[in-house]
Design a protein around this ligand. Structure first.
Ligand SMILES: [Ca+2]
Ligand SMILES: [Ca+2]
Ligand SMILES: [Ca+2]
Ligand SMILES: [Ca+2]
Length: 494
C-alpha cells in the first residue's frame, strides 16, 4: 500500500471553513444505524435483498419479483441460500466486483477482505448461487482499518473498496481481474490503489456514492457535531479514483444532531447527481422522518427548492437502505419493522413522492438484513487499538522491521518499554506513538496472537531488504512463544 496523500487534498480537508446553514430541524440524541446490503443478484435490474442469520451465519438472497407492486413480491424460485460464513466473518458490502452485472459480496474474515462472486452462468429463472472458483481477495488491511463502502472509483465497471483507519486516512483498493494468480478473480491492484485523502481524525466516512454522476464514485466525510449539526464534505474523485478533484469538491450541507446520515442515490428522473437522505432518529416529534437533500448538478451543493421531506416511518420501523426495486432508475426506500421482520418498499417517483408501498416479505426470527451500510452518524471501527509502533533492526532477518503493539494488554508505557528494551533478536528500537507502521516496500506482515490473548502484535517485515517473501515467512514462524501468521499483504504491498 501507498499512503501518499496529495498536498492539495490535505489542504482541502483541513481548510474547511465555509459551511452551509443547517436545515431547521428539531433534534437531539444519538442516531441509530439503519442500513442494509442490497444488490442485483440475478441481473434483471431490480435490486434484491441479502439477509443473514445471526446465529447460523447463513446468507440468503430474496430475489425481487417482476410486477411490483403486486401481492407477491419475492421470486421464491430464484431466491436461495448462498453460503454459510465462517465464524467471525461478516458481510461488509455488496457490489459487482467482476463486471458481469450481478452483485457480489465483500466479506471480511480475520483481516482479509474476500469477494464471494455471484455465478453469472445460472440460467434465467433459476436460484442465484455463488461460483467458488472465482472467489477473490481484495487485500488485507491492518487492524484498525474498516470498510467504508464500495463504489466504482475509476469507472471501469468493477466495484472498488474504500477503507479508512482511526486516523482518518481513506484508502481505495482498486479491483483488477488481471493480477498474477488471480486471473478473472477480483483482486486489489497494488499499482492502481491508493489513498485519496486523510480526513481530520474526528471525521467519519458517511457514504460512498457517485455524487456528481460522472461515473467515478465519490465519498462524503462527516464532521463531529459542532453543536446542533455536523458538517458534510463531499470529495469528488479525479480520474483514476485515488485522488480528489479539489476544485469540484465541496460541502453540501450540515446534518442536524439526532439524524442518521446518509444513504445516497438518484431520486428523480431528471437527476444526474445523487441525492442523500437523512433520517430523524432523535425520538422527538418528527422521529422516523426521512429528509432528502437533492443536490444540484455539481453533486456538492444542495438544491434547496427540490429538497423535501419524504415518508415518516412508524414507530419500530427503520430504514434499511435506498435502492431501485422496480428498475425505473429512481431509488426506493426499504423499511423493516423490528420484531415482526416485515419488509416494505416505498416505491419512490420523486424525492418526496411515494407511488406505492408493496409488501416484500417477512424476514424470519434470527435473520436480519445483512449487516450495515447506509445511514450512520458515526462509523464503527474494527480491530484492536494500537498502543504504538516500534521500528527496529531485526538481527534475525537483518532487516529494518516495524512492530505494532495491538493487543488489549499493551499500554503505551509497556509497549514503549518493550520497544526500547530490544530482545535477543533485535536492537533497541525507535518508539512511536503512531498507531500504524509506515515502512515502505514491506515484504509482508506477521500477525502474532498469544494464548491467552492480550499481548498480540503485528510485525511489518523486511522494510529495506530486497529479498523474497520466503525468509520473511520463515521468520514469522520462528517468533516465540507462539507462531505467527504470515501474509505477504500487510501494511504495504510487496
Ligand atoms: Ca434482481
Ligand atoms: Ca458480479
Ligand atoms: Ca473500478
Ligand atoms: Ca463522481
Amino acid at each position: 500500500m501507498k499512503f501518499e496523500i496529495s498536498a492539495t487534498s490535505l489542504v482541502l480537508a483541513l481548510g474547511l471553513g465555509l459551511l452551509l446553514a443547517p436545515p431547521a430541524f428539531a433534534g437531539g440524541g444519538a442516531p441509530a444505524n439503519p442500513g442494509t446490503y442490497m444488490g442485483d443478484f440475478n441481473g434483471d435490474g431490480r435490486t434484491d435483498v441479502l439477509v443473514s442469520n445471526t446465529v447460523s451465519r447463513e446468507l440468503y438472497v430474496y430475489v425481487t419479483a417482476t410486477g411490483i407492486p403486486t401481492t407477491v413480491n419475492v421470486f421464491a424460485s430464484q431466491s436461495a441460500l448462498l453460503t454459510t460464513l465462517p465464524e467471525g466473518a461478516s458481510v461488509q458490502a455488496v457490489g459487482d466486483f467482476n463486471g458481469d452485472d450481478r452483485a457480489d459480496i465483500l466479506v471480511q474474515s480475520g483481516l482479509n477482505l474476500v469477494v464471494l462472486v455471484n455465478d453469472a452462468s445460472v440460467p434465467a429463472g433459476n436460484p442465484v448461487a455463488l461460483d467458488p472458483a472465482l472467489t477473490g481477495w481484495i487485500g488485507t488491511p491492518p487492524a484498525g482499518w474498516s470498510v467504508s463502502g464500495v463504489g466504482d472509483a475509476n469507472n471501469d465497471g468493477l466495484a472498488d473498496t474504500y477503507v479508512h483507519n482511526t486516523n482518518g486516512t481513506v484508502y481505495v483498493y482498486i479491483t483488477s481481474l488481471t493480477e498474477p494468480d488471480y486471473a478473472d478473480k477480483p483482486r486489489g491492484s497494488a499499482s492502481l490503489s491508493g489513498a485519496p485523502i486523510a480526513l481530520p481524525d474526528t471525521w467519519t466516512v458517511a457514504t460512498v456514492a457517485d455524487m456528481n454522476g460522472d461515473g467515478l464514485s465519490d465519498f462524503t466525510g462527516q464532521a463531529p457535531s459542532a453543536g446542533g449539526f455536523s458538517t458534510l464534505y463531499t470529495f469528488i474523485s479525479a480520474v483514476g479514483g485515488i485522488t480528489v478533484d479539489g476544485a469540484a469538491s465541496g460541502s453540501p450541507a450540515g446534518v442536524p444532531d439526532g439524524y442518521g446520515c446518509c444513504a445516497a442515490g438518484l431520486t428523480s428522473d431528471a437527476a444526474t447527481s445523487s441525492s442523500f437522505v437523512v433520517m430523524d432518529e432523535s425520538g422527538g416529534a418528527t422521529d422516523g422522518l426521512l429528509y432528502v437533500f437533492v443536490t444540484d448538478a455539481t453533486g456538492v451543493a444542495v438544491d434547496a427548492g427540490a429538497s423535501t421531506n419524504s415518508v415518516t416511518l412508524p414507530t419500530n420501523w427503520g430504514v434499511e437502505g435506498l435502492a431501485d426495486f422496480n428498475n425505473d432508475g429512481i431509488v426506493d426506500t426499504v423499511a423493516v419493522e423490528d420484531g415482526s421482520g416485515s419488509m416494505i418498499v416505498y416505491l419512490n417517483s420523486g424525492p418526496g413522492t411515494v407511488s406505492a408501498t408493496p409488501f416484500m416479505t417477512n424476514v424470519p426470527t434470527d435473520w436480519e438484513v445483512a449487516n450495515f451500510t447506509g445511514m450512520s452518524a458515526t462509523t464503527p471501527e474494527s480491530g484492536s487499538a494500537s498502543a504504538g509502533t516500534c521500528e527496529y533492526n531485526n538481527l534475525f532477518s537483518a532487516s529494518t522491521d516495524c512492530k505494532e503493539y495491538s493487543g488489549s494488554a499493551w499500554t503505551p508505557t509497556t509497549a514503549a518499554a518493550s520497544c526500547l528494551a530490544g530482545s535477543q533478536s533485535a536492537d533497541p528500537g525507535v518508539w512511536s506513538a503512531a498507531s500504524q507502521c509506515s515502512l515502505p516496500a514491506s515484504l509482508g506482515r506477521c500477525d502474532v496472537v498469544f494464548d491467552p490473548p492480550g499481548n498480540d502484535y503485528s510485525l511489518q517485515l523486511g522494510g529495506d531488504q530486497p529479498t523474497s517473501c520466503t525468509p520473511a515467512a520463515t521468520g514469522c514462524g520462528f517468533i516465540t512463544p507462539g507462531s505467527g501468521t504470515f501474509t505477504p499483504e500487510g501494511v504495504c504491498l510487496p
